[in-house]
Design a protein around this ligand. Structure first.
Ligand code: IDP
Ligand code: MG
Length: 143
């Protein structure tokens, strides 16, 4: 599976009223929106999603941020989805993100960086299933 990735429009994206602008950039870049919802993460759900970072110094702040308001997980499809989406969003730190990337355009800080993108095909599948049941993925093959 190399044609799916999970995006999350993070709480700062929702609060700044940027959902439409960011989805437009994603679609203009050739991604198909296959499933999308708005959810407010519980602390347990946020901790589960970011388990890999549990020992990092920024972990607690990350959980507070990710639970500070609703976010918008989106299952996306495109050839080479993971890599192409990481290119579209830019570096984690917006100060280091390339011109024209979503984080360069809209993010305020390394923490409040507007959008998540899966970092591998394996994690894309795990992360999509973190937010969507198989029933909610009617047109997605490979699950
Ligand atoms: P990524 O989102 O670009 O894959 P990760 O290293 O996986 O970056 O980190 C997950 C999220 O944790 C980031 O998107 C950001 O919100 C937050 N984060 C990462 N590094 C830092 C940091 O050094 N300080 C504060 N927050 C951070
Ligand atoms: Mg990451």
């Amino acid at each position: 599976m190399n044609n799916k990735t999970l995006a999350i429009l993070k709480p700062d994206c929702v609060k700044k009223n940027l959902i439409g602008k960011v989805v437009t950039l994603i679609q203009k870049a050739g991604f198909k929106v296959s499933a999308m919802k708005m959810v407010k993460l519980t602390p347990d759900a946020a901790k589960g999603f970011y388990q890999i970072h549990k020992d990092r110094p920024f972990f607690n702040d990350l959980i507070v941020y990710m639970t500070s308001g609703p976010c918008v997980p989106i299952a996306l499809e495109k050839e080479n989805a993971v890599e192409d989406f990481r290119k579209l969003i830019g570096a984690t730190d917006p100060a280091k993100a390339a011109e024209g990337t979503i984080r360069k355009l809209y993010a305020d800080s390394i923490q409040e960086n507007i959008v998540h993108g899966s970092d591998s095909n394996e994690n894309a599948a795990i992360e999509i299933l973190h937010f969507f049941s198989r029933k909610e993925l009617p047109d997605i093959n490979g699950f």
